[in-house]
Ligand binder design. Structure first.
Ligand SMILES: [Zn+2]
Length: 414
């Protein structure tokens, strides 16, 4: 790149920010952009550590991907804590599991009020950013958490949950998963009612984990833009959990956003080739774990640890950002790391303290400051804001839904 330096200096002199050379100028610019941006990560699984390991966010940990010191270092202002309900909780108190997860987020906010507070709106994120505190959002992962009840869905919204991933690795009673049997060909009638009620509440509909047909049904049903909270591009790493180009285009056409997963198998076909067969075995074990979940969890941990590491450079994430931007522009892509949820992350993005590297690299590649700020979180907040506006309108137009799955899906148990 050295031989282009005079050309770049000339561009800089004329105020044109097509590209940047490395150096203190770029470092200063990146730091300023990082401070201005409300950095959103739509999927962190640290909640599982809070609940199952008694983990606390206050001290810098030597394990895992996220805590308050590393969030400060990385400028991560608005993580969505995943209220993750594993498939083995179906029929065994899935809603209570979600409530316990939610309580851990409240507990952290109560323990460290000067550093982190619950956020349920765009206004909250902006205010907490000004105050220098972390905005703790929540998203449910696994629609079975509502136990087929729209009233329970509304209770979760009242507690502050602002998105729901319609399935996890399991197809549920109303939506098909990308990693399970297609029982409904997408969404059934109750699934469509769930989406409509989420729209009325202002809870973002998340299509990570669901089948391609289910994404199409959601796009057809939803009255608001939708998100994929932690999925990457299937054109680069061909696994069912990633999004094909036509669905990235369809999500963007509806004003939505694709939040890219940092997991190496999501980013690299070489890593997927090694890890995906093991992930499929783990998913099968999760789905069949009903009778003995404790043994299953130990087995799952052992299997996760035995997945061989394929080193993937951080640049792989940039390739996915570039791919989405080439397809649909810079307004429809963001970050959904899956920190503390994926077996391995790229070299150079080892934890949330490394997020400023993304900012620097995008500026270096010639992305405008405005586009970088959108990718870091502006796009997601735009979608949340739009969902808030749609909800305000729908709440004037219709009352809460009283639909039940028994009424809408009479052949449920056949
Ligand atoms: Zn997930």
């Amino acid at each position: 790149m050295k031989r282009h330096a005079p050309f770049l200096v000339a561009l800089a002199l004329f105020g044109c920010h097509v590209s940047q050379t490395a150096g203190p100028g770029l470092d200063r610019q990146a730091a300023a952009v990082q401070r201005r941006a409300i950095v959103v990560d739509t999927h962190v699984d640290t909640t599982s550590r809070l609940l199952d390991e008694g983990f606390d966010l206050e001290a810098r940990a030597t394990t895992g991907h996220l805590d308050l010191p590393r969030m400060r270092e990385g400028g991560l202002g608005a993580p969505f804590f995943s209220i993750y309900v594993a498939a083995e909780w179906v029929g065994r108190g899935a809603s209570r599991r979600a409530l316990d997860m939610i309580d851990t987020v409240y507990e952290q906010c109560d323990r460290h009020p000067s550093e982190i507070a619950l956020a349920v709106s765009v206004a909250d994120a902006e205010r907490l950013h000004r105050e220098g505190r972390v905005a703790a959002f929540m998203g449910i992962e696994g629609g079975h958490a509502i136990e087929n009840s729209l009233r329970t869905l509304r209770e979760f919204h009242r507690l502050g949950v602002r998105y729901m991933t319609l399935t996890h690795v399991n197809t549920n009673d109303w939506a098909d998963s990308s990693t399970d049997d297609a029982r409904w060909g997408g969404l059934n009638a109750f699934g469509r009612e769930v989406v409509r009620e989420m729209n009325r509440l202002g809870m973002m509909v998340d299509v990570s984990h669901v089948s391609d047909d289910c994404i199409r049904d959601v796009l057809e049903t939803s009255e608001a833009p939708i998100i994929a909270s932690h999925s990457s591009c299937r054109a680069i790493s061909n696994i069912p959990r990633n999004l094909p180009d036509d669905l990235i285009r369809a999500i963007a056409a509806k004003g939505g956003v694709v939040q890219l997963n940092f997991g190496t198998l999501f980013l690299s076909q070489a890593a997927a080739g090694v890890a995906w067969p093991a992930i499929e075995k783990i998913n099968a074990l999760r789905k069949s774990a009903g009778s003995n979940p404790v043994t299953a969890n130990e087995e799952i941990e052992r299997m996760r640890k035995s997945i061989p590491t394929v080193h993937v450079p951080a640049e792989a994430l940039i390739d996915h950002i570039d791919h989405v931007v080439k397809l649909v522009g810079a307004d429809h892509v963001g970050l959904g790391s899956d920190f503390d949820g994926v077996p391995s992350v790229p070299d150079g993005l080892e934890d949330c303290s490394k997020l400023p590297w993304i900012t620097k690299r995008l500026l270096e590649k010639g992305y405008s400051e405005d586009d970088v700020i959108k990718i870091l979180g502006g796009n997601l907040l735009r979608v949340l804001g739009e969902c808030e506006r749609v909800a305000a309108r729908l709440q004037r137009e219709r009352p809460p839904s009283t639909a039940t799955i028994e009424k809408l899906v009479p052949d449920l148990h056949h």
